[in-house]
Design a protein around this ligand. Sequence first.
Ligand SMILES: [Zn+2]
Length: 255
Amino acid sequence: MSALEIHVFLCRKDNIGVLVHAEDGTTAAIDAPDAAAILAALAETGWSLTHILVTHHHGDHTAGNLELKEKTGCRIIGPRGEAARIPGIDDAVDDGESFLLGGHRVEVIGTPGHTMGHVTYFMPQDRAAFVGDTLFVMGCGRVLEGNHEMMWLSLSRIASLPGNTRIYCGHEYTIANARFGATIEPENALLRHRLEEAEQRIADGQLNVPTLLDQELQTNVFLRPHNIATRRRLGMGAVADWRVFGELRERKNKA
Ligand SMILES: [Zn+2]
């Protein structure tokens, strides 16, 4: 099977737009933050939109749904648990299900916490995961509808994917995340190095998405609540990982 082509671009202020293009012409947008930005990306690539894969119901991920559907006739796939809140949805999918996108397998992984029905789309043959607002580069989404334990389980599910999986997330929040992470793990040299790299990329007008899961496991403090130095710094001993995760999430909320 030849490789999937993936095009990443900025939408709105800090949303990440993603187009996934298979060799048979099938082209999916991951979420639809903004119809105009996605139409511009389609014009630039010469691809024709056939699908939108929605990760969760928030407006900055679905605002372009109806206009794109009207202009391209695309099918909209989204999480069953939030189907009533996703404009124009055609096919509802849920955890454990899978489907083919232009001959490429897509596995649906339930990742609730940011919203209750949030899903991640994982393409195992292509080593790509579209994680919406669950995991960010060196950060994670806010826990808006679920709780810390639920969000930690969702992050753990993403963390257990193959280490060479490319992670496509919903926002470019890399600098703020990495600066916060460096206050939690000041001894983490790779984290500091990635912060410098990320700052350079932003200065050059580039994005920090996608990221590699292996790199996140080494530098994303929200995936590292087991880290002894972190626990010492937070004054937390032998408690469950999700409790340390929850403390980190609360601190980031106030940062
Ligand atoms: Zn969101």
